[in-house]
Design a protein around this ligand. Structure first.
Ligand SMILES: Cc1cc2nc3c(=O)[nH]c(=O)nc-3n(C[C@H](O)[C@H](O)[C@H](O)COP(=O)(O)OP(=O)(O)OC[C@H]3O[C@@H](n4cnc5c(N)ncnc54)[C@H](O)[C@@H]3O)c2cc1C
Length: 367
């Protein structure tokens, strides 16, 4: 293992990019890891095409945007343009970004933290978690299914192979439509299998229409309702494969008869929705507090909120959490008391959190 960074930043959205830029400017060594293909992948995945981006700022917020360079323009631009601008900015500033790298866990070492990622471990004195509010769910199977994609960057990748798409909603249907279209344009008749754990698929009318159109144009799609992903394993040739059970009959004598299919994981896309960051907070052992009746204004009774200092440091020393990951509210420890703090999920809040954390880290590391 090589260098120990001052800061490891997880997530290349507005919060992460702002943190990286400010570390860069203040002479802190840093690395930003992003699970997607490029910075702002979260925004690219969640905004509808052509959506305008607004430099919204909560009315009561006293501060201006603390990183003017990343502020969306006053005259709103389409999201594609804003993303393009930020990508150029990251390149121009030569920020230290490693894409297609997923955060997995944090371990303590004597005087630093060891962050486990999908590409190995990274050592850092401080960690800023900026992974946003919507984390794609992992397939839970016996064995490992990390190689399964969660979205499709390039549908042409699935031309010439039998692809498996898992999930019963609109995002799975959208992925299927894009793959069917790529196959149609390449005259490839290999099927796309569409598996869903329940017997019923659930897509909206507009998506169903687009899907129907692709099928009428020759799209080869095989439905697998009630199919359950079971096992991730490596075959004799070293290929990671996913076994999915497609039917199951339990006999009175206790014997189970089932059939299953087996796909190379690189041909599988799991669109099984997203979840908030709580499971990650639990995994890395940062403390959260459940809202008691009448205590919280934003969160509901029973919601668990992360506990942070005024400088966004969690109960795990050296681990900071910023941006959408702590929205719409968190519990702030200050002056010996704990209070719910509103935290609107906006580019403004994400960028300004980053500025406060980098400033705090700079002081702590005396840079
Ligand atoms: C449809 C829509 C429209 C919006 N419009 C506006 C607007 O006009 N103006 C405004 O101010 N706000 C808007 N918002 C909100 C704004 O986009 C968010 O507040 C902002 O993106 C939060 O920034 P972030 O950096 O915290 O998280 P994100 O932007 O979500 O970035 C997190 C990044 O972390 C990456 N990541 C996730 N998990 C991991 C992992 N395990 N390892 C490594 N990387 C990981 C993701 O790929 C992502 O790129 C909108 C939101 C939506 C959904």
């Amino acid at each position: 293992m090589n260098q120990t960074y001052d800061v490891l930043i997880v997530g290349g959205g507005p919060a992460g990019v702002a943190a990286a830029y400010l570390c860069h400017k203040s002479g802190l060594s840093y690395l930003l890891i992003e699970s997607g293909k490029g910075v702002f992948q979260g925004i690219a995945n969640t905004y509808p095409e052509g959506k305008n981006v607004y430099p919204s700022k909560p009315k009561e917020a006293p501060e201006p945007f603390l990183v003017e360079e990343l502020r969306p323009p006053d005259k709103p631009v389409a999201v594609e343009k804003y993303i393009q601008y930020v990508q150029h900015f990251v390149q121009h500033e030569n920020l230290n970004v490693q894409v297609e790298t997923q955060f997995e866990d944090i371990k303590d070492a004597r005087d630093h933290l060891v962050v486990q990622t999908s590409r190995g471990t990274v050592k850092a004195r401080k960690v800023a978690l900026a992974f946003g509010s919507s984390i794609p769910k992992e397939l839970s199977v016996y064995g490992d299914a990390k190689m399964v994609a969660k979205t499709v960057e390039d549908p042409k990748k699935y031309v010439g192979v039998r692809a498996l798409v898992i999930g019963g909603g609109n995002s799975a249907a959208d992925v299927i439509i894009s793959i069917l279209k790529a196959k149609r344009e390449a005259n490839d008749n290999q099927p796309v299998y569409w598996a869903h754990i329940s017997e019923k698929f659930d897509v909206n009318k507009e998506t169903a229409q687009r899907l129907g159109e692709e099928i009428l144009l020759g799209g080869n799609i095989r439905l697998l309702p009630g199919a359950i992903p079971r096992i991730g394993e490596v075959d004799d040739e070293g290929v990671d494969r996913l076994i999915i059970r497609t039917s199951e009959v339990r006999q009175p004598d206790g014997i189970e008869i089932y059939s299953s299919m087996n796909f190379p994981m690189k041909n599988v896309i799991a669109c099984i929705g997203s979840q908030g960051p709580l499971p990650i907070f639990d995994k890395i052992g940062v403390q959260t507090i459940a809202c008691a009746e009448g205590v919280c204004q934003v969160a509901k009774e029973g919601d668990r909120l992360i506990l942070l200092t005024a400088e966004f440091e969690s109960t795990r020393r050296g681990v900071y959490v910023i941006g959408g990951a702590i929205s719409p509210s968190y519990m702030r420890i200050s002056g010996g008391s704990i209070q719910e703090q509103r935290h609107p999920n906006l580019i403004y809040t994400a960028i300004n959190d980053a500025a406060h954390v980098v400033e705090a880290v700079r002081k702590k590391l005396a840079k």
